[in-house]
Design a protein around this ligand. Structure first.
Ligand code: SAH
Length: 395
């Protein structure tokens, strides 16, 4: 096995069990590890620190599989980690709430680069790093054994693969091919998910708890769901008794599924309006035509992909929050989110408070929201926390 020897003073994060070694922390590499190969990580004075997967092309040069010197990284290792992850989802009781949830959340489940989402009887996987890619066969064969799934499908088409020098990889890995759409159930609602072409692995599972929260405030309200994707928040709102919902998204295919979701839940098709538009433009149009709503959801895509984009992203968040606050009726509720990991919670709250000031509205936070419990955040890996939301009651 090859060794990666760190520079002096660069071992601190590993002693705190943070699972990443950046290229700048590496002093020497002994041996010639290939892409995804297992390496030992040593301190400058030769002490064993951890064992991980080598990514020759990434800034994150090694991702730790284990901090236990006795633990070998073999097919059996993946069996143990996967069983532990699957067991932890039982421990949080997620199956009582839904038949679609995240079974494996990468670093936070001790499996850097691996995402496994369950959609009813199908599993959808992403192998996002060189290490995860290398152990794909072992992971698939353990998932077949440990779950009662009908089929396993791969959606390793996320941009981050390029940073690892890996091409996109999509298709059936095992068992049956998934159908055109999979019907999932969550808190008494039904949703159709296109795991082949949908965003991420098909659905925003991370918003499950927040959809449930929104349902509690929806009764009798006229809802505007911005960046709606397939209308998840609107279905939850109608279930909670909303009088009407408007979905806005730039993706026509997402809105097509949103319309089907209304029907399969038995709601009146007239209770939902689907608008294919740019949210920034449409909010201005609603402001100018004085159209207002009782409850507005803002759940935009990631605006900040890198530190250099934080300022621009902040202006984007401020803009949509300002416009939404202007068209909320008195007594209205704003559910506002940011999924940019680089925008910290305090900054996001400041942006929303600036927007309220500029909109001339008084508002109070009634909930601080985050990603659902099947997307856990390891205490040693705070980077896994990316989704933040505020529920504001607006005077
Ligand atoms: N709220 C959704 C997830 C939103 S993801 C849910 O809970 O399922 C972000 C969505 O914003 C995507 O569906 C994308 O198509 C859409 N989008 C991105 N930029 C947009 C824009 N400028 N105007 C409208 N929609 C946009």
């Amino acid at each position: 096995m090859a060794d990666v020897i760190l520079k002096g003073s660069r071992e601190k994060s590993l002693t705190r069990h943070h699972p990443w070694v950046f290229s700048g922390a590496v002093d020497t590499v002994r041996g010639k590890p290939g892409r995804g190969e297992t390496v030992d990580i040593l301190s400058p004075d030769g002490r064993w620190l951890a064992r991980g997967a080598y990514s020759p092309e990434s800034q994150i040069r090694v991702r730790v599989w284990t901090f236990d010197p006795e633990e070998e990284v073999s097919a059996g290792f993946f069996g143990l980690r996967l069983s532990r992850s699957i067991e932890s989802r039982r421990a949080i009781g997620i199956e009582q709430a839904a038949d679609a949830f995240r079974l494996v959340n990468s670093e936070s489940d001790g499996l850097p680069g691996l995402i496994v989402d369950r959609y009813d009887r199908f599993l959808v996987c992403q192998f996002l790093t060189a290490g995860a890619e290398r152990w794909k066969d072992a992971v698939v064969s353990w998932l077949e054994r440990l779950t009662a799934c009908t089929g396993i499908y791969e959606r390793s088409d996320a941009d981050v693969r390029a940073k690892e020098g890996l091409p996109p990889s999509v298709g059936r890995l095992s068992g049956e091919e998934p159908p055109e759409v999979i019907e999932i159930h969550e808190h008494g609602c039904r949703y159709l998910v296109d795991v082949r072409h949908g965003h991420k692995t098909g659905f925003y599972l991370d918003q499950r708890d927040n959809r449930a929260c929104l349902a509690r405030y929806a009764s009798g309200r006229d809802v505007l769901n911005c960046f709606s994707y397939t209308g998840g928040f609107s279905i939850a709102a109608l279930k909670g008794g909303a009088s009407h919902a408007v979905n806005v998204d730039s993706s026509g295919s997402a809105l097509g599924l949103a319309a089907r979701n209304v029907l399969i839940n038995g709601f009146d098709p007239g209770s939902v309006e689907n608008i294919e538009a740019d949210v920034f433009t449409l909010l201005r149009r609603f402001r100018d035509s004085r159209r207002s709503f009782d409850l507005i959801v803002l759940d935009p895509p990631k605006f900040a992909e890198s530190k250099g984009q934080i300022m621009r992203a902040s202006r984007g968040y401020k803009d949509i929050n300002l416009l939404a606050l202007k068209i909320l009726k008195p007594g209205g509720i704003l559910f506002t989110f940011s999924c940019s990991g680089l925008i910290e919670r305090d900054l996001f709250q400041k942006i929303v408070s600036d927007a309220a000031l500029d909109a001339g509205r008084e508002a109070s936070i009634i909930h601080w929201l985050t990603q659902s419990s099947d997307h856990p955040v390891s205490l040693n890996f705070p980077e896994a926390s990316y989704l933040k939301g505020l529920v504001c009651l607006v005077k």
